[in-house]
Design a protein around this ligand. Sequence first.
Ligand SMILES: *Cc1c(COP(=O)(O)O)cnc(C)c1O
Length: 406
Amino acid sequence: MNATDRTAIPSEPGAPLPDGIPLAVPALRGNEWRYVKECLDTNWVSSVGPFVERFERMAAQRVDVQHAVATVNGTAALHVALLVAGVQPDDEVLVSALTFIAPVNAIRYVGAWPVFIDAEPDFWQMDAQKAVEFLERECRWRDGALWNRTSGRRVRAILPVHILGHPCDMDPLLEAARQYDLTVIEDATEGLGARYRDRPIGSLGDIACLSFNGNKIITTGGGGMIVTDREDWARRARYLTTQAKDDPLEYIHNEIGYNYRLTNVLAAIGVAQMEQLDDCIASKRRTARIYSERLADIPGITPPRQADWAFSTFWLYTVLVDEVQYGMGSRTLLRRLEDASIQSRPLWHPIHSLPPYRGCQAYRVEVADRLYAQGLSLPCSVGIPDEQVERVSAAMRTSAKNTTAL
Ligand SMILES: *Cc1c(COP(=O)(O)O)cnc(C)c1O
């Protein structure tokens, strides 16, 4: 298998040459083979089976919640989480403009509308102050619900996305949610293992979603999870993800359901991966520490920071590149690194200015656009050899103006 085959994002520009350094590839070094073989040997391959239950128990325990429901992917988990949270067509959901698009699409899957909130400049998460300000200044409490003055729609939920392995500042959001009777649906897909004020993310809101896509900190190839303390919501999530089957023998379905359950084979990989989660986090944090030491004094490069109240997994190590100070912009640097067979990647295009969402409300979004222009994620696979981190760091230094190569 060459490096190109193992690239997590094969369609990305900048896919590395063989012997290049990929952005992030899966690390399958534990009991994956053994558990998958067990599935095949015992004929438990489908969406019921002991590994599904084990994987769910491990996820619930890890996130410190009562219930977990495994799904085919994180996007499906978000879709069903919004349904069980009771988000209705034409409701509004607050979400960061700077995120991978999946949670925003999921809001539309249920017929609701996103209201885009800016990212904050320090840790690049949804700006909790701006979110609260939006709720206070732009909405009105009437008839036991919160209404957006501009759109006339009901604001139903907040969907904080913990991006890049760092948590959002949750306390102001949770406080506002209590005050205005909003549901909090956490997108914890990039942050499994991260903590906010010493509590695992995914346990802070009413319901949360995880992803085990190929580039996440642990992976099942494709997979997701809904986690919640609410027993009724977990039961409903299980029902909706298994075709809303009310009588399996007579094929009675009283609602429209989905075929969203994870298979036992993939859950087997998930169990093996979950066993290695702490090692994966340690590896990511070690990589981040080395990068940040090496890059700290390069003018125009801002390494990622960890808030006092946060434990970050540094899932995807991302820096900001200041074009003037560094001497070239993030996209030029991307191509420079590509020439050195190093794969890097920009942050997501802010969603409020993408075609499907241009008509949606964006509240004071400014910082997200700058982060998009300046952000660049660097190679940080679990277990990336130190020598590769040094090579990337040296390439970053060589490309900078006014610095000499080490
Ligand atoms: C990966 C990801 C998801 C879910 O992705 P799937 O590929 O569907 O598992 C959702 N939200 C964010 C922010 C993500 O990065």
